[in-house]
Design a binder for this molecule. Structure first.
Ligand code: ZN
Length: 185
């Protein structure tokens, strides 16, 4: 099925999917990543009503910027765009694994098991603190072609999705740190 994408592209140029983004990004990332203190990080993101090429171009540039910054997830508010769009790749060391592009994501089920793990954020460089989150989630979203999708996630992926979805509500991981000891580090 290697020709799948090129066939799709021939069918409709207006609906061309995102071409593969190299995980080895060098040079200046296309998008600036906003940092703690920038107001856009505290706003509530808006749903995307139409998944068109402008959204796909944005997702592609977000992937390039995320890989350049050595991140595993990036939310649109972090690049100053107030929209419900996330890119995630917890398999950044595996060049063949496809990244996830989540549009209008909604968590439909939180598992009952909690775990604590150290998180960092491209908008808060150099800070790593333990955050408690549920180990498993179920979610629904639209993919980069606007198709409705459902998935289950656990482990680092479930954590990363929850962290990135917090950005859509103006929440940063440091807001969720409950241990005073951790905050005083
Ligand atoms: Zn973050």
């Amino acid at each position: 099925m290697a020709n799948h994408f090129s066939q799709l592209a021939r069918k409709s140029k207006a609906q061309s999917p995102i071409e593969k983004v190299s995980k080895e990004q060098t040079g200046t990332p296309p998008l600036e990543i906003y940092k703690l203190g920038d107001a856009v990080l505290r706003e509530t993101a808006k749903r995307i009503s139409k998944v068109d090429n402008s959204i796909r171009i944005l997702a592609k540039e977000m992937l390039q910027s995320m890989y350049a910054a050595k991140g595993i997830g990036l939310a649109a508010p972090q690049i100053g765009i107030n929209k419900e769009l996330l890119v995630i790749d917890v398999n950044f060391e595996d060049s063949a694994a496809d990244p996830l592009i989540l549009i209008n994501p909604e968590i439909t089920d939180y598992g009952t098991t909690l775990n604590s793990y150290e998180e960092g954020c491209l908008s808060i460089p150099g800070v790593y603190l333990n955050v408690v989150r549920t180990s498993t989630i179920k979610l629904r979203f639209r993919d980069e072609m606007g198709r409705p999708r459902k998935m289950k996630a656990d482990g680092l992926l479930a954590r990363c999705i929850q962290h990135e979805m917090d950005h859509l509500n103006g929440v940063l991981f440091v807001d969720r740190v409950t241990s005073k000891e951790d905050l005083n580090k």
